[in-house]
Each structure stands twice: as C-alpha cells, then as structure tokens.
Write a new protein. Structure first.
Length: 278
C-alpha cells in the first residue's frame, strides 16, 4: 500500500500537469515536498473555483485551516497534510504561508472579485502566489533571507501574467482582476464586464499592468543572483517561461481576448535547459 507521499506523487503525475516533469529534477525529498505543496494549493484552489454555495466553500476552507493547525501539532489527518508533515519539519515551512494561501482562496470564494483597487490586487497576489513562493523556496533549499524577496517579486510577476492571460476565462466566472485604478486611468468607468472587455482602451490597461509584471520579474532576477544557484534553478525556469509568456502577451497586445496565448513546448524545453542546467 502506498503511503501519503507516494499517493500525492501519483496524483500529481495523473493530473497531467507540466509541474510534475519540472519538479522531478529536484532531489527526492525536495521533489516530494513540492508535490505536497502543489497538491495543497490545487485542492484549496479547486474549492474556490467549484460551483458550490458560498457558505459551503467557506466551511471547506475553514476545515483546511483546522487541518493546518493539526499539521503543526504533528497530528495531520488528511493525505495531503500527512505528506506535508516531513517537509514542514525538515524544510521549516511556515504555518502563516499555508494560511495566507487559504486567505487568498477565500477572497475568491467569498466575493466575486471585480476590478479591485491596486492594494487589494497586490494583497491577493501575495496570498495566492507569493505565499506559495515562500513555501517553495524553502523546499528548493534556499537559506538566504533574500530568498523571500524572490518569492515576493516572482510570485507577483507570475500571478499578474496569469491575470493578463486569463481575462476572458476569468470573466466566464464573473471575475475581473484588472485593477480599478488602471481602468479609471484609461477612462474605463463601466462596471459591466462585457463593456470593459470590448473597450478600445483595454490594451492600455493591460500594458500598464504588464509593465508592473516586468518590474517584478526584474527584481526577482536581481534577488535570485544573491542566492545560491542550485536551489534557485526551479525559480529561474519558472521565471523564464512566464517571462516568455508575458512577452508574447505584450506582442499580441490583447487584440482578441478569445485567442489562446502560450509558449510553445519546444521553447519551454529550451528555457528549462538554459536556466536549469547552463
């Protein structure tokens, strides 16, 4: 019978995510830690996105808060949290970062986010992305204090890139993460998602947000250069792939939100080789 760690690895592999192949490059203990972190993030994200009453979503996220308490008391009850027990102890994963991820998912589960102000968007990015980064850099083996700066900036860069890629998909869930500040700056004052998505000034909003993402990528890269090279390899690969995606989005200039923009597989492989091994 498989133990919790083996079950989680099998589930991540079965999900078909490219994350599985990327994390297999890590030493076994760190790889298993990342699989468990991924499984945790995937589960709470699914709770936020599923079609269910708001009260049910909040209850399930509250159950996860209680499970994190049990994890740090050394008595986890679920498969994912059992798989997290050894990494939590060995790599000093912080309780507040797991709770921050849950807080971020609760923002999606509690309210339909539509054009938040910039401060709220930044808080959301910190919770759903940078907090994951803070868990990840510890699992990767980074010990420098500046590794948290990598998580801060890279997490925001990745999440802003996702937002800029997924405008149409998010709208299907009634969500719009583009900040009110930038929409108003460019004369978009309607609260109607259809009007916003068809507004001729929408590309200007996206360009401004893309510039913020670019700045975060640059600051993440500067912080990585202050860390040991080996533990930063997965972060460098993620930064390179998402940076290439952002460049494609900028070149596309949000002309048609229904167009799927992605980095070709061959380029992902090349970036993985370049930033992971060279």
């Amino acid at each position: 019978m498989m133990d919790a760690t083996q079950q989680i690895a099998a589930q991540v592999k079965a999900s078909g995510t490219s994350f599985y192949s990327a994390m297999r490059l890590l030493p076994p203990a760190r790889r298993d830690a990342m699989f468990a972190i991924y499984a945790f993030c995937r589960e709470v994200d699914d709770i936020a996105d599923e079609e269910a009453p708001q009260t049910e979503k909040q209850q399930r996220l509250a159950e996860w808060r209680a499970e994190i308490d049990r994890l740090y008391a050394g008595q986890p009850t679920g498969t994912i949290s059992q798989a997290l027990l050894t990494p939590m102890r060995e790599f000093k994963l912080r309780r507040e970062d797991f709770l921050a991820v849950i807080d971020g998912m609760e923002m999606d589960a509690t309210d339909t986010i539509q054009a938040p102000d910039m401060a709220t968007l930044d808080l959301y990015c910190d919770r759903v992305a940078s907090a994951v980064g803070r868990l990840s850099v510890r699992a990767f083996g980074a010990t420098e204090a500046v590794a948290d700066d990598v998580a801060y900036h890279l997490g925001r860069a990745l999440q802003l890139t996702n937002i800029l890629r997924d405008i149409e998909e998010d709208a299907g869930r009634g969500r719009l993460y583009l900040p009110h500040d930038l929409l108003a700056k460019h004369g978009i004052v309607s609260g109607d998602l259809a009007v916003i998505r068809q507004h001729p000034n929408l590309p200007r909003v996206c360009r401004d947000l893309a510039a913020r993402a670019k700045d975060h990528f640059a600051k993440a890269d500067a912080a990585m250069r202050q860390c040991a090279k080996e533990p930063m390899r997965p972060a460098r690969i993620m930064g390179a792939v998402y940076g290439a995606l952002l460049d494609k989005l900028i070149a596309w200039d949000w002309r048609d939100l229904t167009t799927e923009i992605k980095v070709p597989k061959w380029r992902k492989i090349w970036l993985a080789i370049r930033y992971g091994f060279l």
